[in-house]
Design a protein around this ligand. Structure first.
Ligand SMILES: [Zn+2]
Ligand SMILES: [Zn+2]
Length: 348
């Protein structure tokens, strides 16, 4: 009961703190936890839920999950820019690109220098005569270029899509364990190309962008400074946590909380410098902390994805709030390589 009392005092102090999972034995705890989960999210991003549902996690564990249906709550002015329009444009007119764990500003000079940067004379993303950058500035262009098999006509383009091109706002139902379940076996091979987690503004943290396919067509698909960009399948999504999405202070933890991973463990803000060294994060960018248990510290976009693997059994990202999460038969039929930026096959 100590933990519950501590929790009550935290809540009465108005601090959103994660309920320690070990304290969640009672019905009352579940409803408290649902209320708390709801309070973490920007209210504009919640379409439905959270509610408790039965679920089967990726490792076969049958348990209870919370189901929450989310949409991106950002205004279009809060996303982008991605591609600079001309070679004279500065960093304010473009987003970022990442290579080998380093982040670069995509300004005009970066575009001009690509042939040198990649040591490949085929790069030519701009018009020599006018200095205009080739940017996919229509829905069709974005559709043809933002795919693993980039249409020939859009080779050597800076690729950007806009949420205005989408027919409808994407709503995704996330079904995540109320009490995370650690995986039985260590992560092996590739983590399935499903979202890595959700931010509190309803934006998904997605799996790594398929850089090889993007670069093979001599295209860039820059992230904005927040680590996000748009594709027509899922809308705006992050490939890392660059400190833009809402963060909730958590007195029990070593950093503010910024979201949930698909296995239900909290994602906390990135640690830097000495703190990062001392934290001794595992391969999944996580560790155990007193009072909060296992949690991740999300990578920034320079790593291309917020976490490299899952510590726990994952739940589901579903197209419909009525769909049932049976994640145990998902990983076996992932999409072919190079399809990482597309929706999970488990929801087709
Ligand atoms: Zn992407
Ligand atoms: Zn930590």
């Amino acid at each position: 009961m100590m933990k519950r009392m501590a929790l009550a005092s935290l809540l009465s102090a108005g601090v959103a703190s994660l309920i320690p999972v070990s304290a969640m034995a009672h019905e009352g705890d579940v409803s408290e936890r649902l209320a708390q989960i709801a309070s973490l999210f920007d209210a504009r991003s919640i379409v439905a839920g959270p509610e408790v549902v039965d679920c089967t996690l990726s490792g076969g564990t049958e348990t209870q999950c919370f189901s929450i249906t989310l949409k991106n709550s950002l205004e279009s002015s809060e996303m982008g820019p991605w591609c600079p329009g001309k070679l004279s444009d500065g960093a304010d007119e473009g987003g970022i690109w990442v290579r080998d764990g380093k982040q670069y500003d995509v300004d005009g000079a970066f575009i001009e220098n690509l042939a040198t940067f990649y040591d490949d004379p085929e790069w030519q993303l701009f018009d020599e005569a006018t200095g205009k950058v080739h940017v996919t500035d229509t829905r069709t262009a974005c559709d043809q270029a933002a795919r693993p098999d980039v249409a020939e006509a859009y080779h050597n383009y800076c690729v950007e899509c806009r949420t205005e091109y989408m027919d409808e706002v994407v709503e995704t139902t996330y079904v995540l364990p109320l009490v995370p379940v650690a995986r039985q076996e260590a992560a092996s091979g590739r983590t399935p190309p499903i979202p890595r987690g959700i931010a509190f503004n309803g934006v998904r943290f997605d799996a790594a962008a398929p850089q090889d396919a993007i670069l093979a067509a001599h295209t860039l698909a820059p992230f904005d400074d927040c680590g996000g960009h748009v594709n027509l399948h899922v809308g705006y999504h992050y490939h890392g946590a660059n400190g833009c999405s809402p963060a909730k202070e958590n007195v029990a933890a070593d950093a503010p909380m910024i979201g949930f991973a698909m296995d239900g463990y909290p994602i906390l803000a990135r640690l830097t410098g000495d703190e990062a060294e001392k934290a001794e994060l595992d391969a999944c960018s996580g560790h155990v902390g007193a009072g909060i248990g296992y949690h991740y510290h999300g990578n920034s976009a320079e790593k291309n994805e917020i976490l490299g693997c899952f510590h726990g059994e994952i739940g589901c990202a579903l197209d419909s709030p009525d769909a049932v999460c049976t994640a145990d038969d998902m990983g076996h039929r992932g999409p072919p390589p190079g399809e990482e930026d597309r929706p999970p096959s488990g929801k087709e």
